[in-house]
Design a protein around this ligand. Structure first.
Ligand code: COA
Length: 323
């Protein structure tokens, strides 16, 4: 007997306020044309004052629980992937746990920036495989707008706020059964941490800091690392590129998505794209895109779904799921 994780519910939540490129261009030295051409981004959602990561995470989590048809009281774990926690401590996940009215289980945050959701999913899947948890809520949530330097046009146009969530449930099966999360693959290279970072935090003179990025370098590593982790995931499961039904990538830049899809020989229609409407929501981007494609009926039972992401650290990873 073995345990495998099934994604039994998805949910997402976006702040109401939308900031278009044209509006942004009123205060930042940029244009709608430049942003669309270089990134594919047309607008982003921005949290209002007081709307924190925990609030967005809770809303997305509630919807995922509802879709899965289980109660928060049945959860063993709440994991929140975020780079923009409400406070330095305690974790945002403990706040979400309280908002969900839970008085049992455990909750913690995961920090892998834009790869955070894939990292959190991998951790959750391993809890299930080890038989240590049956029901887990995995959330990616961010208010990146709070750590942007709104005077730096090379970064502030790229990000947005939001949250996405999944419920993982353990299914008992035979060892070797190819169901649910087939495998997850995580990587990092700390030598490259200066390519994408914040210039603040408890180890510096500034409490929070702002996002700093060498965009071209990040772009170059993203294209190479994502292609290699995708091949790794397929090889680990004896699957071919042509077996993938849906690619649900981290939504950083449409050009990176196009390049990954091309390397996989995938039809552009098989790539779930939300970057045009959401921009880069960091750890929230993969579950936001996943929820979009589940709710609009694109992702169907039995299909093969590949999720991948790369972010500051650098960190990167992939998850292959038989839906
Ligand atoms: N509006 C208008 N012009 C801008 C601009 C903006 N928002 N941001 C930069 N520019 C200018 C630059 O100043 C530069 O001008 P110059 O040629 O006069 O010096 C020019 O546009 C080209 O800049 P460059 O950085 O070379 O552009 P690029 O084609 O590499 O695109 C990014 C920049 C950031 C869109 C691109 O590098 C990228 O997407 N990188 C990956 C970022 C990412 O995904 N990060 C998150 C990973 S999780």
């Amino acid at each position: 007997m073995a345990f495998r994780s099934r994604i039994t519910g998805t949910g997402s939540h976006l702040p109401e306020k939308i900031l278009s490129n044209a509006e942004l261009a009123k205060t930042v030295d940029t244009t709608d044309e430049w942003i669309v051409e270089r990134t594919g981004i047309r607008q982003r959602h921005i949290a209002r004052e007081g709307e924190t990561t925990a609030i967005l995470a809770y809303q997305a989590g509630e919807k995922a629980l509802e879709a899965a048809g289980i109660e928060a009281s049945e959860l063993d774990l709440v994991i929140v992937a975020t780079t923009t926690p409400d406070n330095t401590f305690p974790s945002t996940a403990t706040k979400v746990q309280a908002m969900l009215g839970m008085d049992s289980g455990a909750a913690f945050d995961v920090q892998a920036v834009c790869s955070g959701f894939i990292y959190a999913l991998s951790i959750a899947d391993n809890f299930v495989r080890a038989g240590q948890a049956k029901n887990i809520l995995v959330i990616g949530a961010e208010v990146f707008s709070r750590i942007l330097d709104w005077e730096d046009r090379t970064t502030c146009v790229l990000f947005g706020d939001g949250a996405g969530a999944v419920v993982l449930q353990a299914e008992e099966c035979e060892e070797g059964d190819k169901i649910g999360i087939l495998s997850t693959h995580l990587h990092s290279d700390g030598k490259l941490r200066d390519l994408l970072y914040t210039d603040g935090g408890p180890g510096t003179n500034s409490t929070v800091g702002h996002v700093r990025m060498l965009g071209r370098e990040v772009f170059r590593h993203a294209v190479t690392n994502l292609a290699s982790v995708v091949v790794e995931a397929l090889e680990a499961n004896n699957l071919e590129k042509s077996d993938i039904d849906w690619l649900v990538p981290h939504q950083a830049n449409k050009r990176i998505l196009d390049s990954t899809a091309k390397k996989l020989g995938m039809n552009p229609d098989q790539v779930v794209i939300t970057v045009d409407r959401h921009a880069n929501t960091s750890a929230a981007s993969v579950p936001l895109a996943l929820d979009t494609a589940v709710r609009d009926g694109r992702i169907q039972k039995g299909q093969l779904v590949l999720m991948e992401a790369m972010g500051g650290g650098l960190t990167w990873g992939a998850a292959l799921v038989r839906w």
